[in-house]
Write a new protein. Structure first.
Length: 64
């Protein structure tokens, strides 16, 4: 099934409604290290970053 303009528009509309868009910046070279680590863990970069944030928030809340 081809990816049409209409389906692209529908996906963008859903993503805008369902997700927050966060952007991060890392120093040159660190992105490749993070991507490689995520891949080694069998995760997408997004999944790895979300998991890392959730684990850190949980940890920080437990130590307060």
């Amino acid at each position: 099934m081809p990816y049409t303009q209409a389906s692209n528009k529908a996906v963008q509309k859903y993503n805008k409604k369902a997700y927050d868009d966060l952007r991060i910046r890392v120093k040159k070279g660190e992105g490749d290290i993070i991507k490689a680590h995520a891949e080694k863990q069998g995760e997408s970069l997004n999944s790895f970053v979300v998991r890392a944030i959730k684990e850190t928030v949980k940890h920080d809340n437990e130590t307060e």
